[in-house]
Ligand binder design. Structure first.
Ligand code: C2E
Ligand code: MG
Ligand code: MG
Ligand code: MG
Length: 287
């Protein structure tokens, strides 16, 4: 984009040396700045993981989703929606994704040794670029080995767009990891170009119903119908389902009534740092 603007500037006439759209220039430099700050963040360990509880229909804690945060020295806590796209565009998603994976595996090994938390699982978001790296499967297996994890307790969250981009490759890579016990969840289910034909081919363990369908429950008849269908589809295909973004008791009640097996959302707990998660999880067990 910068090159294009430069080209246009030259094209516009010999006398015209600057032709940048100031808004565009500002956006570009903000991005460039974030990119270089993100590089520093990775070196100086400004990233951290938050953990959000996942529970079953009886309200029993089953695990957590690891969600990355950036503790920026000036800007405070930055949400992934702000920096993951920059990381993806710049290639920084590779070291970032590796760091997240390693950190989550380390946390899982700590929980495995903590009475009351030993059977929890961890779900980790994997971006397309990361999943497609030649060394990705080896990286995952090396971490499982290093931290002596029960591989079934590690769940990799992938998105539909990532998988359909190269189905044959995705299936092969997933099968390989799945043979070693690693689990897979299809994240944000329902928002991509889902085709039931391909879902059947993928060695998945769970579907995560996107928050946008949970939002309208229980009143919105479309959301109710879609949610029902996803849950019965998953049932038929022997997949676990997690409803994402459950914020109210009414949503929880509706989902329980239609036999949704898994739940995640503010109603059950917000994403929190590991120490806080541990405290809440242990309190929950004592209730
Ligand atoms: P996601 O994987 O779909 O994660 C769920 C998002 O929904 C999280 O946002 C979570 O905080 C939020 N959420 C959970 N419960 C509720 C609720 O009840 N209501 C509402 N309104 N929101 C809820 P977060 O942490 O901001 O993450 C946003 C997205 O960033 C994630 O969506 C995921 O796609 C991406 N992301 C987060 N961590 C990582 C990471 O380590 N690697 C990669 N590649 N992507 C990540
Ligand atoms: Mg996710
Ligand atoms: Mg999601
Ligand atoms: Mg959504």
């Amino acid at each position: 984009q910068a090159d294009l603007a430069m080209y246009k500037a030259k094209d516009a006439g010999r006398n015209c040396l600057y032709f940048f759209d100031p808004a565009m220039q500002q956006a570009l430099s903000a991005r460039a700045q974030m990119e270089s700050e993100l590089r520093v963040a990775l070196q100086q360990e400004q990233l951290l993981l938050y953990y959000q509880p996942q529970v079953d229909a009886a309200g029993v804690l089953t695990g957590a989703e690891a969600l990355v945060r950036w503790q920026h020295p000036q800007r405070g806590l930055v949400a992934p929606a702000e920096f993951i796209p920059v990381a993806e565009a710049s290639g920084l998603i590779l070291p970032l994704g590796s760091w997240v994976l390693q950190q989550a595996c380390k946390q899982l090994s700590v929980w495995a040794k903590t009475p009351g938390l030993s059977d929890l699982s961890i779900s980790v978001n994997i971006s397309a670029h990361q999943f497609k790296q030649p060394g990705f499967a080896d990286e995952v297996l090396a971490l499982v080995k290093h931290f002596q994890l029960v591989p079934q307790r590690l769940k990799l969250e992938l998105t539909e767009s990532l998988l359909i981009d190269d189905m044959a490759f995705s299936i092969e890579r997933m099968r390989f990891l799945k043979q070693q016990g690693v689990g897979f969840a299809l994240d944000d289910f329902g928002t991509g170009y889902s085709s039931l034909a391909y879902i059947k081919q993928l060695p998945l363990d769970q579907l995560k119903i996107d928050r946008c369908f949970i939002d309208g429950l229980p009143e919105d008849p479309n959301d109710a119908a879609i949610t029902r269908i996803i849950i019965s589809l998953a049932n038929e295909l022997n997949l676990w389902v997690v409803a994402e973004g459950v914020e109210t008791e009414a949503q929880r009640d509706f989902l329980q009534a239609i036999q949704c097996p898994g739940y995640q959302g503010y109603w059950f707990g917000r994403p929190v740092p590991a120490a806080e998660f541990r405290q809440q999880a242990l309190n929950r067990k004592q209730e």
